[in-house]
Design a protein around this ligand. Sequence first.
Ligand SMILES: Nc1ncnc2c1ncn2[C@@H]1O[C@H](COP(=O)(O)OP(=O)(O)OP(=O)(O)O)[C@@H](O)[C@H]1O
Ligand SMILES: [Mg+2]
Length: 334
Amino acid sequence: MPLDARDQTESRTGTDPDFAIEAKGLTKVYKGQGKSGEKRALDNVDLQIPRGSLFGLLGPNGAGKSTFINILAGLVVKTSGSAKIWGYEVEDNPRMAKAAIGVVPQELNIDPFFTPEEMLDVQAGLYGVPKAERRTDAILETIGLTDKRGAYARTLSGGMRRRLLIGKAMVHDPPVLVLDEPTAGVDIELRQQLWENVVELNKRGTTVLLTTHYLEEAQELCDRIAIINNGQVVAHDDKRHLLGRLDAKTVRVTVRENLTDIPAPLQPFNPTIQSDGVEADGRTVMTIAYRPSSMTAGEIINALNVANLTILDLSTEETDLEDIFLQLTSRSKG
Ligand SMILES: Nc1ncnc2c1ncn2[C@@H]1O[C@H](COP(=O)(O)OP(=O)(O)OP(=O)(O)O)[C@@H](O)[C@H]1O
Ligand SMILES: [Mg+2]
């Protein structure tokens, strides 16, 4: 039998843990080297990643994302606090913690003289997966490298290497998969395919933690999102709640008419006529803020029509995760 944290946990407690990953007061201070002083890369991080979630960890360069993931992977030693995987403290119970997690590191470190097939086999061996239980073919299929199974890794493209690393992380069928910037350098089509695989794994019960710079992907895929900046968690919420915090859009309309008062049909929308709104040729520029959760831009256009105004130009400003991200990360900089 391979070391399977799920079986072990079940026999131990009869239930899976509520949190696949749990950090409490997790802190990492890198010692200064030469001129550079010490760096507090993680500062008292509390983070609970529910079992079964597809969790996005977002943050700008140097925020501490990889440090967090590398502590889970056992590659970086924490300074203080606690980090648990599947209920096992990483440092106290490294064997069980490691068995429960598959980590795809940000760096593409691949032995150039192995083929994908060999690499998956060696990795399975390292995890004690018996030959009869290895899923090399299925994994090669999942990562789209079946036709490259016998090619030397050095002949693989960057995107293929990254997919191979994802395959390596899956050999022991861990209940938790952690991906650090999994789609960096992967082209759009393959990225789409990769995401589909990740979503599929998640649907089948694997908890997924990923970091990404592609906010729109996190927005599309993840059900929970945490934002980290300067080693601190600045937001952690259900995606809908997080986006709901910025449930605001702005419509900017230019109408031909020269308006001094707000026409009655538009009054419920509480528009502002910009101080420079009435242009030389008599046009008026109005901005209307609204909550997309309770109103559509169409209703505003209807009101403009009812008011008999001639729309010359209309634009909406989106608010999305990016706005939240920028708001939160700029606020916590000061
Ligand atoms: N081995 C190390 N020694 C010293 N400082 C380090 C080390 N590794 C990371 N750091 C510093 O810790 C901070 C967090 O780095 P980390 O790699 O965790 O950020 P990140 O969020 O993954 O960034 P990116 O988005 O660029 O991957 C940075 O200031 C980085 O310079
Ligand atoms: Mg990183």
